[in-house]
Design a protein. Structure first.
Length: 404
């Protein structure tokens, strides 16, 4: 595979040398294209020696180069574009199509997939305008890898650290490898919902979102176009996944039904609140005031049940967090909600379920015997579940979305 490695001008640029080494070790050809500021962090000679190729730089614009359009030649050579690190400035220019230097000019002519690994200070990463640029890239099919939480160059800790080179290499390798879910559209919900009581307080639950995020990451790794609808959680977006953040059950319902309309499968891993306060106080309820007693509740819509009508052609996967007769409750839910698969777990068991990296589940199927998965990391459960989803979709034939 021929990789054009764009390197932005941030401290994480020093990791580009290791990234080139790993890519060459995996048998890829690499051409490095550092920005002018990137060469202050990593020496051009280092990149040339490790890649075994001359750099693509602004030098081709200088007199005496014959007027060749080297950025077009480089784009034609490139099978996959990787930008690591991608600074806030680079993200903006890539998102808006601003061709102000050789990297962004070449990027516009690359026909293959893009892998972008952001890196910046956490306060910069959190800015709405930065997130808008990231979302715009995601909607165009760009795989966003990271950033991760960790130590920053400022000495602080937070989100913004560039993903490790091994993770970036894995995304690059997967980019041109057709997966079993290629051309499939998968919608995944994850995390809790928060139902406001007043501007400060809410009704919620302990869901961390880890299970849904693991499923989204696994589906994307198999080539699916994944939309992840996330409740309030503090987790990084998996690479190659389009993420929509919501807070309440009503917001999750609206986003899910819209995304599910042309989905091949919908996996409802979110812990959606069954009830919400019937009335929301417009101002904070003071401690000295008499609390609402009892707190009147209204029933939230049942999103999973609605999917039978909103997305009748989609494979529908539900989750059942139970504390009683697991099999009886799960099988009843399978029939009542019109699901194809139900993933059930006992949330009263110690060390699994909410806020834990592990889970222990039984997957009940409309066709086939239940499948028990003893305690293991949620990523492993996601792989087994996606094996079943992949098999079911293959038996249904080509995706209707493939022709759209």
């Amino acid at each position: 595979m021929r990789v054009l490695l764009g390197i932005g001008g941030g401290i994480a640029a020093y990791k580009a040398a290791e990234l080139v080494r790993l890519l060459r070790g995996d048998g890829h050809e690499v051409c490095c294209c550092p920005t002018r500021h990137a060469t202050a962090f990593v020496a051009p000679l280092t990149l040339e020696v490790l890649s075994g190729r001359p750099l693509l730089t602004e030098a081709y614009l200088e007199p005496g180069t014959g007027g060749r359009e080297e950025h077009i030649d480089a784009a034609a050579w490139t099978e996959v574009l990787c930008v690591a690190p991608a600074t806030a400035d680079l993200l903006a220019r890539l998102s808006l199509g601003i061709a102000g230097d050789v990297l962004t000019t070449t990027a516009l002519a690359v026909a293959g997939p893009w892998i972008v690994a952001p890196a910046m200070h956490g306060r910069m990463w959190a800015q709405p305008q930065v997130q808008e640029h990231v979302e715009r890239l995601r909607t165009r099919g760009v795989r966003i890898v990271g950033p991760e939480y960790g130590a920053l160059a400022s000495g602080e800790s937070g989100w913004g650290r560039m993903a490790e080179p091994t993770k970036i290499v894995a995304e690059i390798t997967a980019a041109l490898r057709p997966g079993p879910l290629q051309d499939r559209r998968i919608v995944v919900t994850a995390g809790p919902t928060y139902e406001p009581i007043d501007p400060v307080r809410f009704l919620g639950n302990r869901s961390s979102g880890r299970m849904g995020f693991a499923i989204a990451a696994e589906a994307a790794g198999r080539g699916a176009a994944v939309t992840l609808i996330a409740g309030p959680v503090a987790l990084p977006t998996p690479g190659g996944v389009r993420r929509l953040d919501v807070e309440t059950a009503a917001e999750m319902r609206q986003a899910t039904l819209a995304a599910a309309a042309d989905a091949d499968a919908v996996v409802m891993a979110a812990a959606v609140a069954d009830f919400r306060p019937a009335a929301v106080a417009p101002v904070k309820i003071k401690k000295g005031e008499a609390p609402p007693a009892p707190l009147a509740l209204a029933r939230n819509p049942d999103i999973l049940t609605e999917l039978a009508t909103a997305a009748p052609g989609a494979l529908r996967v539900g989750f059942a967090a139970e504390t009683g007769d697991l099999a009886r409750e799960a099988l009843a839910k399978l029939e009542r909600k019109g699901c194809d698969l139900i993933v059930a777990n006992d949330v009263s068991a110690e060390g699994i379920g909410f806020a834990s990296p592990d889970n222990e589940v039984t997957i009940f199927r409309r066709r086939g015997e239940p499948l028990f998965l003893s305690r293991r990391p949620k990523e492993e459960i996601a792989r087994t579940l996606l094996d079943l989803v992949t098999q079911e979709l293959a038996e249904r034939g080509p995706s209707p979305a493939a022709g759209r």
